[in-house]
Design a protein around this ligand. Structure first.
Ligand code: BDP
Length: 723
C-alpha cells in the first residue's frame, strides 16, 4: 500500500537519480578503481577528441578478448572524453585507433612494427599514418597483448599524456603475475580487512556476480595474469568436484582477460578427500591420485595455472610428515601437473617449533640445500623478508642463494602488520626497496628484481605474487588509498624496475584528479606514509612487536606464548642493558646467509644503517647514533616522528577538502583520525614498555605516555577482523 510518506521520498529519489544522470554527477564510492572513466577537463577532452574518433578492431565479433577490448575502449574513451568513438571495420579517416595483431590486419602488417620483440604478452602503442590518415595503432602478437596495450592507451588519457607522436613498447619482465587470495570457503578472508571474500562460493557456479568481471578488468588493466582463489591454509574441499566446478565458472569469466585460475592445494588431500591412508610422495597410490586429480581439473579448466602449496609450516601438512623433503613434496605435485603445463608454487615460508635456530634463518637452512632438486615446473615462492611481512625487513637471504631454482616473490598487499585497512600506508616504497636491494649473488648489480625476473640466473619460469587486500567492500580494499597498493603491485609485477613515485603519481591522477595541488600533496602523503608506520610501530629495525593472534596494535611485552618465536620479546630482546637481535657471528649469525659484501655491511654496526640496526645488532641503550642522540633517545624520537608524520598527513589531507569528492574525502579523513589515534597508542604503549625495561628517563621535552603500561597491556581486541 502506498502512503504519502513513502511516495514523496521515492519521487525525490528518482528525480535525484535522473538529475545525476543528466548532469553526469557520479557517486564516488571507490568502486571503479582505476577504471574510473570520469570526464577529463574540457581542455584535455578537446585535445584528444580529434585523435580518438574511430575504433577499428578486426575480428571483435568472434573473440571474447577482442570484444572485451572494444567494450573497454568504448566505455573508457566515451567516459573520459564524453564522446564515444565510432566503431568501424577499417581505417577511413584521421583519428583512428586500430587494435590488431599483424596477423589479423594488413594495415598493421604493412607497418613492419618490431613485434618480434614483444613476446606473447607485450604490445606497442604507436602514432602512425595509414593510407594518408593519422591515428594510433595498438599492436601485439596476441589478443592478450592487445588487451594490455589498450589499457595502456586508456592510461595515457587518464594521465593526460600526449597521444601525438606516441611510441611505446612494453612487455612484462615477469611471467606469473599473481594475486593470492587468502579466502576461505565460508567466505571469511584470512588477514582480510575489506569485508568478506568476493567469491560467493555458496552460489557459484550458478550465480555469477558482475563483480567477477570487474575484478578481471581491474587486474588486466595492471597486467595481473593469474589468481590463486583460496587460502594457503587450504581446505582439501577446494579440490572436490563440487568446488572445482565453482572455480571453473570463475575461470570462464576471467579467461577473456587473460587471468588464469590457480588453487592452493592441501598436501594431505589424498587422505582427506581421496580415501588413502597416506599422502607420502613416494607412495604410488598418492602419485596416481594427484595425477588423476590434475586430469580432472584440466578437463574443467583447460588453462588451469597450477597449485600453490604451504607445507610443513604453521601446522600445515607436508612431505616432512613422511620424512621427505620439500623438493620431493613439490615434485610430486609438479609431475601430476606437468603433462598439462601447470606449475607448482611451493612456499618457502617455513619455521619449525622444535627448531631452536633463529627463525630468520630457518627457510634458508631448509631450502638452499635443495637447490637443483626441484622439477622444472616448480617455482619456490619466497616472502620479501626472512620473518613475515613486517613493516620493514631486510630482503630474504634466499634471493640469489639458489641459482638453480626459480624463485618468485611474495609480497603482502593486505596490511596485516601495517595497520589493517584503516591506516594509510602506500607500499610502493617498500616493494621498491626490496626489488632494488642488491644481493651481490653474482657481484654488484644482482638485485632482487633480477633474481625474480630470471635474468640473474637464466630462468624462464618467473613469478611474483601479492597477497590480496580485496574483499566485498564497495571500494574493494577497505579504503581508497589501499587501492594504490593493489595498483602498484600490478605495475611493479609487470616491470619490477618501475618507480614507486611514478606509480603514485599515475594513481593519484587516475583516482582523484589532475589538479597540481592534489598531486603534490598526495604524492607527499604516499611517499612518507610507510616510513611513518615503521616509525610508530617498529622503528630502527625492530620487528614483530604486535599483539597476539589478530596482530593489531602494540604488544612488545608479550613473552608467554607457547612457541618462542611467536613472542615479540623473542625479537626485540630488550633488557636493562640494551635492545636488538644479534644476528652477527657473535649471535645467530644470520648475516652469513647473505653474500659477502652484504653480510659484511649487515654485520657492521656503523654500515648497516639505522633502518635495520636492531634487526642485526643487540646494542646498549647508550649506543651513540649518527644523529647525536643515544639509542634510547633515538628510539623515543622515532616513535614521536611517526606520530608527527601521521598528524602531518592528516593536515595535508584536510587541505585537499575542496578538491576531492565528499564521499571519498570523508572516509579517508575519518580513517586518518583513527590512524593518528592509533599511532599515538603504539607510541605510548611502546615507550611505556621499553622504558619499564630500560629504566631510563624520558629525554627532555618528551611527553610521557598518556597511561600506565598496565593500561596498554590490558587493551583487548577480541573481534578484530581477519583472524
Ligand atoms: C602470517 C599470517 C598467517 C598466514 C601466514 C602465511 O599471520 O595468517 O597464514 O603468514 O603466510 O603472516 O602462511
Amino acid at each position: 500500500m502506498y502512503s504519502d510518506a513513502f511516495f514523496i521520498p521515492r519521487a525525490l529519489l528518482l528525480f535525484a537519480v535522473f538529475l545525476a544522470a543528466a548532469t553526469g554527477v557520479h557517486a564516488e564510492d571507490g568502486y571503479d578503481l582505476w577504471l574510473r572513466y570520469q570526464p577529463l577537463e574540457a581542455e584535455a577532452r578537446e585535445k584528444y577528441r580529434p585523435q580518438l574518433r574511430q575504433l577499428v578492431i578486426p575480428g571483435s565479433e568472434q573473440s571474447p578478448t577482442l570484444k572485451a577490448i572494444e567494450g573497454e575502449l568504448v566505455r573508457g574513451v566515451g567516459g573520459l572524453l564524453k564522446r564515444a568513438p565510432g566503431v568501424s571495420a577499417g581505417v577511413n579517416g584521421d583519428g583512428f585507433v586500430l587494435v590488431a595483431t599483424p596477423k589479423a590486419s594488413r594495415d598493421v602488417r604493412a607497418q613492419n612494427f618490431p613485434v618480434h620483440k614483444l613476446g606473447e604478452e607485450g604490445y606497442l602503442v604507436r602514432s602512425t599514418t595509414i593510407r594518408g590518415h593519422r591515428g594510433t595503432v595498438v599492436a601485439a602478437n596476441s589478443e592478450l597483448g592487445l588487451l594490455y596495450g589498450s589499457f595502456h592507451l586508456l592510461r595515457l588519457l587518464q594521465t593526460r599524456s600526449a597521444l601525438e607522436g606516441v611510441s611505446i613498447e612494453s612487455r612484462p619482465r615477469i611471467g606469473l603475475r599473481l594475486l593470492n587470495h587468502w579466502d576461505n570457503l565460508d567466505r571469511s578472508v584470512e588477514r582480510g580487512y575489506a569485508g568478506q571474500s568476493i567469491w560467493d562460493w555458496w552460489n557459484l557456479p550458478d550465480v555469477l556476480d558482475p563483480r567477477y568481471t570487474d575484478y578481471a578488468r581491474a587486474n588486466a588493466a595492471i597486467g595481473i595474469n593469474g589468481t590463486v582463489l583460496n587460502n594457503v591454509n587450504a581446505s582439501a574441499d577446494s579440490l572436490t568436484p563440487r568446488y572445482l566446478a565453482k572455480a571453473a565458472a570463475l575461470a570462464d569469466v576471467f579467461r577473456p582477460y587473460g587471468i588464469r585460475v590457480y588453487l592452493s592445494a592441501r598436501f594431505s588431500a589424498p587422505v582427506e578427500i581421496g580415501g588413502l591412508d597416506t599422502a607420502d610422495p613416494k607412495d604410488p597410490d598418492v602419485q596416481r591420485w594427484w595425477a588423476h586429480k590434475a586430469d580432472e581439473i584440466y578437463r574443467l579448466i583447460p588453462d588451469f595455472g597450477g597449485f600453490l602449496v604451504k607445507a610443513n609450516s604453521e601446522g600445515q601438512p607436508g612431505p616432512q610428515d613422511y620424512g621427505r623433503s620439500h623438493a620431493e613434496g613439490a615434485n610430486l605435485l609438479a609431475r601430476a601437473l606437468n603433462p598439462h603445463g601447470g606449475v607448482v608454487m611451493w612456499r618457502a615460508f617455513v619455521y619449525q617449533q622444535d627448531n631452536p635456530e633463529d627463525r630468520a634463518k630457518q627457510a634458508y637452512s631448509d631450502f638452499v640445500p635443495l637447490d637443483g632438486q626441484f622439477d622444472d615446473n616448480v617455482i619456490v615462492q619466497v616472502k620479501n623478508g626472512p620473518i613475515d611481512f613486517q613493516p620493514r625487513e631486510p630482503f630474504h637471504p634466499m634471493f640469489g642463494a639458489m641459482p638453480k631454482t626459480p624463485l618468485m616473490m611474495e609480497f603482502q598487499i593486505t596490511k596485516e602488520y601495517l595497520g589493517f585497512a584503516s591506516h594509510l600506508a602506500y607500499l610502493g616504497p617498500m616493494y621498491e626497496e626490496v626489488l632494488r636491494a642488491d644481493t651481490f649473488a653474482e657481484g654488484p648489480g644482482s638485485t632482487v628484481a633480477k633474481v625474480i625476473d630470471g635474468s640473474l640466473h637464466g630462468h624462464q619460469l618467473t613469478g611474483i605474487a601479492g597477497v590480496a587486500n580485496i574483499g566485498s567492500d564497495r571500494d574493494w580494499t577497505g579504503s581508497t588509498f589501499n587501492q594504490a597498493n593493489w595498483y602498484v603491485f600490478g605495475r611493479m609485477a609487470w616491470n619490477p624496475q618501475t618507480g614507486a613515485e611514478e606509480v603514485a603519481r599515475d594513481w593519484l591522477k587516475i583516482t582523484f584528479s589532475n589538479n597540481p595541488v592534489v598531486l603534490t600533496t598526495g604524492q607527499d602523503m604516499l611517499r612518507d606514509s610507510r616510513q611513518a608506520v615503521v616509525d610508530y610501530m617498529t622503528p630502527l629495525g625492530l620487528a614483530h612487536l604486535m599483539a597476539t593472534g589478530h596482530h593489531y596494535g602494540p604488544g612488545p611485552w608479550v613473552s608467554d606464548l607457547a612457541r618462542p618465536e611467536w613472542n615479540p620479546a623473542y625479537y626485540h630482546r630488550a633488557d636493562k642493558n640494551g635492545i636488538g637481535f644479534d644476528r652477527t657471528s657473535e649471535g645467530s649469525n644470520a648475516v652469513a646467509q647473505y653474500a659477502d659484501p652484504v653480510a659484511k655491511r649487515f654485520a657492521s654496526r656503523s654500515d648497516v644503517g639505522d633502518d635495520l640496526l636492531l634487526w642485526f645488532h643487540h646494542l646498549p641503550w647508550d649506543y651513540p647514533m649518527t644523529s647525536g642522540r643515544d639509542l634510547w633517545e633515538e628510539l623515543v624520537h622515532r616513535y614521536d616522528t611517526g606520530v608527527a608524520e601521521v598528524r602531518e598527513m592528516r593536515a595535508q589531507w584536510q587541505s585537499l577538502e575542496p578538491l576531492i569528492d565528499a564521499e571519498r574525502f570523508d572516509k579517508t579523513a575519518r580513517l586518518l583520525r583513527v590512524q593518528e589515534r592509533e599511532a599515538q597508542w603504539w607510541r605510548d604503549a611502546s615507550i611505556a614498555y621499553f622504558q619499564s625495561v630500560s629504566q631510563r628517563p624520558l629525554p627532555e621535552g618528551v611527553a610521557p605516555p598518556a597511561h600506565s603500561l598496565e593500561h596498554y597491556q590490558a587493551v583487548k581486541y577480541p573481534w578484530a577482523p581477519g583472524h
